[in-house]
Design a protein around this ligand. Sequence first.
Ligand SMILES: C[S@@+](CC[C@H](N)C(=O)[O-])C[C@H]1O[C@@H](n2cnc3c(N)ncnc32)[C@H](O)[C@@H]1O
Length: 238
Amino acid sequence: MTSAVHLLQYLPPISSTMTPKQRLKPSKPAHNTKLESRRACSSPCLTASSSTTSGRRKGPDDYHATLKALNSKGRFPRKSLGQHYMLNSEINEQLSSAADVGDGDVVLEIGPGTGSLTNVLFSAGAYVIAIEKDPHMAALVSERFADTDRLKVLNEDFLKCHIRSHVLSVLESNKSSDLNSGYAKVVANIPFNISTDIVKQLLPMGDIISEVVLLLQALIAVSSLTDLSALVSWSHNS
Ligand SMILES: C[S@@+](CC[C@H](N)C(=O)[O-])C[C@H]1O[C@@H](n2cnc3c(N)ncnc32)[C@H](O)[C@@H]1O
């Protein structure tokens, strides 16, 4: 079995219109109602250090909906958990289509958060195994998709849980169903603080995982400001 990085795509810079001052604003808890009335900007994510909203189209995962979902659990993005929530559904769709997610695919999502990417994966027809460390977010995503039988939420630390057995149990139990058996795919907007460890965990799993598409953080400026711009994907070939 060999595994190879087939594709390293850089997404276009997505917060280039923000001023350094905007980027460096200190964290504010989401329950601060002042947050909700701030002006729109082009940032696609709600992060531990962002206090601005996205000017993109409204939807179930836009800035206000995401804040509302977080508020419902008394939460705000935590840097220690790499929590930055995707507000741009187009980027989620790019992640899903880079892995060619389709009907019956089993997809492992690391850190579903509020479920914006999970929602896109469902729309593509996938069965999703979502591993979420934060118990509040695990509860939130379970409640959000309570009416589907195509989701298994595991409130676990991805770096400590037995991923292989979780994935294999879903692949095995679905052999006779209409799910594509044999291989799972990984599609995730991962917590950047543990990117390297996540990749290390996934690399030896080419026997059960066919595609990996991760949104990673890339350095974009000498001032050490960072942006979300790298989409890395690879396929395992036997
Ligand atoms: C970058 S956010 C992405 C959230 C969501 N997928 C999105 O795109 O908006 C990362 C998510 O991973 C979760 N997380 C952090 N560390 C984790 C770990 N070790 N195992 C599983 N989930 C983790 C965070 O709680 C958070 O929900």
